[in-house]
Ligand binder design. Sequence first.
Ligand SMILES: NC(=O)c1ccc[n+]([C@@H]2O[C@H](COP(=O)([O-])OP(=O)(O)OC[C@H]3O[C@@H](n4cnc5c(N)ncnc54)[C@H](O)[C@@H]3O)[C@@H](O)[C@H]2O)c1
Length: 372
Amino acid sequence: MRIGCPKEIKPQEFRVGLTPHAAREAASHGHEVLVEAGAGAGAGFSDEDYRAAGARLVDTAEQLFAEAELIVKVKEPQPVERRRLREGQLLFTYLHLAPDPEQTRDLMASGVTAIAYETVTDGRGGLPLLAPMSEVAGRLAPQVGAWTLQKANGGRGVLLGGVPGVGPAKVVVIGGGVVGTHAARIAAGMGADVTVLDRSLPRLRALDEAFGTLFRTAYASSGTTAELVTAADLVIGAVLIPGAAAPKLVSRAQLGTMKPGAAIVDVAIDQGGCFETSRPTTHQDPIYEVDGVMHYCVANMPGAVARTSTLALGNATMPFLLALADKGWKRACEEDPHLLAGLNTHAGHLTYYAVGRALEIDVLSPQLALKM
Ligand SMILES: NC(=O)c1ccc[n+]([C@@H]2O[C@H](COP(=O)([O-])OP(=O)(O)OC[C@H]3O[C@@H](n4cnc5c(N)ncnc54)[C@H](O)[C@@H]3O)[C@@H](O)[C@H]2O)c1
């Protein structure tokens, strides 16, 4: 199959859909790999790296979209890219169609067969192509939280790990899923005094079993949450209710009980955030202050570490990409229901029920799409 990887054109996106490692792997499976010149630059991969991996460099996105049978990307196709898609072509990328009727209509009109990273599933009820970005954001959260706590950034001037004779900072992580687990682990590794709150007892048990005394766990009743937030130097928001906006767990009134200069890192901001006072910020201007509390609410945290994020995403997408290229999308999806769960559009039809419900569009069942 002819696989094409264009340069991402969404503002501030530095990741790339195909690493040189993945290009080499695809080429070794007998596929032809096209990469747009400069596509990997933001993630630290040169054109030469791709050439050495067996890819052919093409000068323009137009040429790449025209020639490729399978397009692999990171972000949802932008309007100019959507106009280049066609029926019979396969698109493999993040789409997030539910809040985006315009993109959904364009993808349906193009006829493209689109498999969305974020809806591919695994056998343990997880989302294997979303998890690597949660891992990155989780591990980054204590790092940006530590920076936010510095005096020059408006923080209370507390060092996460303390020093001999001076106690560590108190870090509270609300939500002990993928983001929360990784955040807690790194914060504890930096020497902070960490507590993870969750509403799921099985989740708290799993954390306790895996990490022992590295950090504490607590059941996220509203009373316990309020108590811990009041005492915290840094609070990391990491909750998710799948398919719903993040619940507001800390009100503006509660903010007033926090220490002046305490910091909040609301990783759940991409779902609206779990603090009443959260609003999305950017890497250019990441923090702001409300009632003396510093807020960091960047909605695309993994973009700050584009190289690590690209490599992590590439590791997760590669087996699916190879299956799609080796077998064609129909056989690959017939043999793997988890990959079929990623099918969002095909030949003018919407094939994902949750998006259909959100946008009030009729859905063709993915199983029927396989028979078309
Ligand atoms: N800002 C970013 O750049 C970025 C990057 C990656 C992920 N995220 C977001 O981070 C959030 C967390 O993602 P995840 O992968 O860890 O999800 P996850 O499903 O693995 O974990 C969410 C956890 O929240 C818990 N939870 C739900 N309601 C709760 C409540 N009321 N109180 C306490 N705990 C509660 C759940 O039990 C679960 O353990 C999501 O909104 C995700 O979209 C943001």
